[in-house]
Design a protein around this ligand. Structure first.
Ligand code: FEO
Ligand code: CA
Ligand code: CA
Ligand code: CA
Length: 642
C-alpha cells in the first residue's frame, strides 16, 4: 500500500541480527544485473512441453528470438482515464458501492449509504482478484464468480462529511467497506452482468471467522470477547490474494497493524515487532474497543493471517490458517509439486522483511474436494535465504529446529507462527526490499517476486545492499526469481537471479537507471503469470514517493507484460490519476481480462472536494472517485496479450 505518513515510521524491520551479506560482492551483483537471465544450460533441463511453450521448438528456450508479446506498447499517461493498446477495448464494472447481488442497494453519489447498505455493496480499494468459473469444476468463460479483496478505505470518500463527526455507525461503515466481495457474473457480449444470486456476498471487518492451525485456541489469541481463542471478527487490509487447486480463495491480511493503537507507553515486544504504534490510522478504537491494543493485547495476534474460504458455498465460514505464519502477507501463490503436495509463496511487505513458503504435509486430492478441506492446517513453514553465490535455502520454521526453542522464546509452534518475523530473524533469513506479489511460471515453476522499493536500504544504521537486494536507496524496485531444486516446489534449495532492475535509463544517477529492456516502470507490486507464460506486472508508485524521487517519466500507475525468456517489457495499460493498478485474472479462454483500479484520486481528496484530483470512473458530473474493476477484451476476440 502506498500510505506514507507518520504512521509509516515503524514499517521497517530494525531487528539487529546481521544479514550474511555484510560484505557486498559488487562485481557479482553487477554481473547479475547485466546478464539478467537464467542460462541456456538451466533452461535445457526443461521438458519438451516447457520448451514448446517458451520457444516453440525443442531448442533451449534461450534460443528463441521472437516475443510472446503481441501488442504495441503504449506511452505513459498523466490523464484521468484508462488507456489500452490499439485493438483492445474495455468497460468499467463493479465500482465501490455497486451491489454484489443485483437485488442489493444502489450506490448513492453523495456517499450517504448506511453501513447496512455498504455490507451488501462492493467494498473500497479493490486489490487481488480471481475468476471462479460456474459451475464448480467447469472451465466456463461466460459465467463465474468474481472474488476480490478490498484492501483499505479513504474516509474522505466513504463518508459524506469525512470524519468531521465520528460515530459508531461510521466505524461500522469503515469495517463494512473492508474485506472481500463475491459477485456472480454472466457474460453478455463484452459486458458482464451482475446476477441476483446467493453467491453475491461480502466478508467484512466483522464477519465471524474461525482460527485454525497451530495458533488456534492458544492463550495468545484469547480475548475478552472470545475466551476460547477460536473465533475472530473480520479480516482486514486484504491486499493480494491466492487460490488453491481445490477451488478456494485465499485473502491475505497485510497492514493489519495500522488499525490498532497502543498508547500505554509500554508496548509489548511482539506488538513492537509487528509495528503497532501510538496512533491508529482510522480511530476505530474510539468506538470499537478491541482495536485498543493496550486494553486488548491479544486482538492484534488474530490478524496478519492467510484467510481461506470457499466462494462456491455462500454459507462457508472463512478460516484463518495460522500454519502459514503471521506477517503483512501479500499474495499466497500456489505451486503444485510432482506428488501433489502444495507450496504457497508469500511475501511480508515491509522494508527488510522476508519471503516465506508453506508446504502442505499431505498431497491434495484432485478428485475428492472435501479431502482438501483442512490441508492448510498441516505443513511446514520456511523462510528464504538468498546466498551470494546464486543459490538459496529454505530454512525451516518449526519449533525445536534451527534454534526455535523455548530458551529462545519459541516454546511451541504457536509461538513460531504468531511471531514468524521473530523466528525468521532468529534463523538469519535475508532481509528483502518489501516483497509484494509472487508469481509461478505455468510450466517451469520458476517463481518471480516483486520487491517494490526500499529507500532506507544502506541508510545510516540500516542494512546495506546485498546480491539479492543490490541497490542502496532502492527507490524503484526490482523483480527477482528463483528455481527450486529439481523444479520441485517442495524442495529446500534453489537457485536465483535478478530478472530486472526498475528505473529510468535517462536518470543522471546510475543507481536509478535500472536495466529494463523495453517500456520503463517503477515500484512493481502486482505480478501474475497467465497460462501462455506472459508475466503481467502492475505498479504502485505512491504519490509521496513520486515527489521524493522526482520520477515523473513513469507517469500514472500502470500494467505491463514481460516475456520471461527475452526479458522484454511492454506497457499494456495506464490508470487514472492517483490510482494504482491491482489484481489481474483472465477467463479460462484467455479472451477476457479483469483488472482493478484502486484508490483513484489518492492524495487529492477532502470531505469538501473529493474529486480534487480524480473523478474516475464516473466523470466530473458523477461524483466521487471510485475503485472499480475493468474488463478488457481484444476487439478481434483474440487471446489477451497476443
Ligand atoms: Fe498492499 Fe504491499 O501492497
Ligand atoms: Ca498501494
Ligand atoms: Ca504496494
Ligand atoms: Ca500490493
Amino acid at each position: 500500500m502506498s500510505h506514507h505518513s507518520e504512521l509509516d515510521s515503524k514499517i521497517c524491520n530494525d531487528s539487529d541480527n546481521e544479514t550474511i551479506y555484510q560484505v557486498i560482492d559488487k562485481a557479482v551483483s553487477r554481473r547479475r544485473m547485466i546478464q539478467g537471465g537464467f542460462g541456456a544450460a538451466a533452461l535445457a533441463m526443461l521438458g519438451p512441453s516447457a520448451a514448446a511453450l517458451l520457444g516453440g521448438t525443442a531448442q533451449p528456450a534461450a534460443a528463441r528470438n521472437w516475443s510472446l508479446i503481441g501488442f504495441q506498447g503504449i506511452p505513459v499517461s498523466d490523464t484521468d482515464d484508462i488507456r489500452v493498446p490499439a485493438g483492445y477495448a474495455f468497460k468499467v464494472i463493479q465500482r465501490w458501492g455497486d451491489p454484489v447481488s443485483a437485488d442489493g442497494p444502489a450506490f448513492k453519489a453523495d456517499a450517504s449509504q448506511t453501513w447496512q447498505d455498504q455490507e451488501r455493496q462492493m467494498g473500497m480499494h479493490h486489490d487481488g482478484m480471481h475468476f471462479f468459473p460456474l459451475p464448480y469444476g467447469s472451465t466456463s468463460s461466460e459465467h463465474g464468480l468474481l472474488v476480490m479483496n478490498h484492501e483499505y478505505i479513504d474516509q474522505n470518500i466513504l463518508h459524506t462529511d469525512g470524519t468531521e463527526t465520528w460515530t459508531p455507525e461510521k466505524v461500522k461503515k469503515d469495517l463494512a467497506a473492508h474485506g472481500v466481495s463475491v459477485t456472480e457474473l454472466r457474460r453478455k457480449g463484452n459486458d458482464w452482468v451482475v446476477q441476483t444470486s446467493p453467491h453475491g456476498r461480502r466478508l467484512t471487518g466483522y464477519t465471524p471467522m474461525r482460527l485454525s492451525g497451530p495458533a488456534a485456541g492458544v492463550d495468545a489469541v484469547k480475548t475478552a470477547a472470545d475466551p476460547e481463542g477460536l473465533t475472530v471478527l473480520g479480516t482486514l487490509n486484504n491486499c493480494a490474494h491466492g487460490t488453491t487447486p481445490w477451488g478456494t480463495y485465499l485473502a491475505c491480511e497485510e497492514n493489519f497493524q495500522s488499525y490498532f493503537v497502543n498508547t500505554s507507553g509500554d508496548v509489548p515486544a511482539l506488538q513492537d515487532r509487528y509495528g503497532i504504534l501510538t496512533q491508529s490510522r482510522y480511530r476505530w478504537e474510539e468506538h470499537e474497543e478491541r482495536f485498543d491494543a493496550a486494553a486488548h493485547p491479544n486482538e492484534p495476534n488474530r490478524f496478519g493471517w492467510v484467510v481461506e474460504f470457499d466462494p462456491y458455498d455462500p454459507e462457508s465460514v472463512p478460516v484463518k490458517r495460522t500454519a502459514l505464519g503471521r506477517c503483512r502477507h501479500e499474495s499466497a501463490t500456489v505451486s503444485v509439486g510432482p506428488d501433489n503436495r502444495c507450496a504457497f509463496y508469500t511475501g511480508d511487505d515491509a522494508r527488510f522483511e522476508y519471503i516465506y513458503k508453506f508446504v502442505t504435509n499431505r498431497p491434495y486430492d484432485p478428485v475428492n474436494r472435501d479431502a482438501n478441506r483442512d490441508l492448510l492446517d498441516d505443513g511446514v513453514l520456511y523462510v528464504a535465504r538468498f546466498d551470494a553465490d546464486g543459490t538459496g535455502q529454505w530454512i525451516e520454521l518449526t519449533h525445536g529446529k534451527n534454534g526455535l526453542t523455548a530458551e529462545n522464546g519459541f516454546p511451541d509452534q504457536a509461538a513460531v507462527v504468531i511471531n514468524a518475523r521473530g523466528a525468521a530473524d532468529h534463523v538469519g533469513a535475508t532481509k528483502m526490499d518489501r516483497p509484494e506479489w509472487t508469481a509461478v511460471h505455468p510450466v517451469t515453476r520458476d517463481v518471480y517476486v516483486t520487491l517494490t522499493n526500499n529507500t532506507r536500504r544502506g541508510n545510516e544504521g540500516q542494512v546495506g545492499a546485498d546480491p539479492s537486494n543490490p541497490r542502496n536507496n532502492n527507490a524503484f524496485g526490482h523483480i527477482l526469481r528463483w528455481r527450486e531444486a529439481g523444479n520441485d516446489p517442495t524442495a529446500t534449495e534453489f537457485v536465483w537471479d535478478i530478472f530486472l532492475m526498475c528505473g529510468d535509463p535517462d536518470n543522471p544517477d546510475i543507481n536509478m537507471r535500472g536495466n529494463i529492456n523495453g517500456d520503463i516502470f517503477a515500484a512493481p507490486d502486482g505480478l501474475w503469470f497467465d497460462d501462455q507464460g506472459l508475466l503481467w506486472i502492475q505498479t504502485d508508485v505512491s504519490a509521496g514517493s513520486l515527489l521524493r524521487t522526482n520520477h515523473i517519466p513513469f507517469g500514472n500507475n500502470q500494467m505491463l507484460a514481460a516475456d520471461p525468456n527475452t526479458g522484454e517489457v511492454r506497457r499494456f495499460l495506464t490508470g487514472p490519476l492517483g490510482s494504482e493498478i491491482t489484481g489481474v485474472i483472465t477467463t479460462p479462454d484467455h479472451r477476457t481480462m479483469f483488472i482493478n483500479v484502486q484508490h483513484p484520486g489518492e492524495g487529492g481528496t477532502s470531505p469538501e472536494n473529493p474529486t480534487e484530483l480524480s473523478s474516475w470512473p464516473d466523470g466530473p458530473e458523477g461524483g466521487r472517485p471510485r475503485s472499480a474493476t475493468v474488463v478488457i477484451w481484444k476487439e478481434d476476440g483474440g487471446i489477451i496479450g497476443t
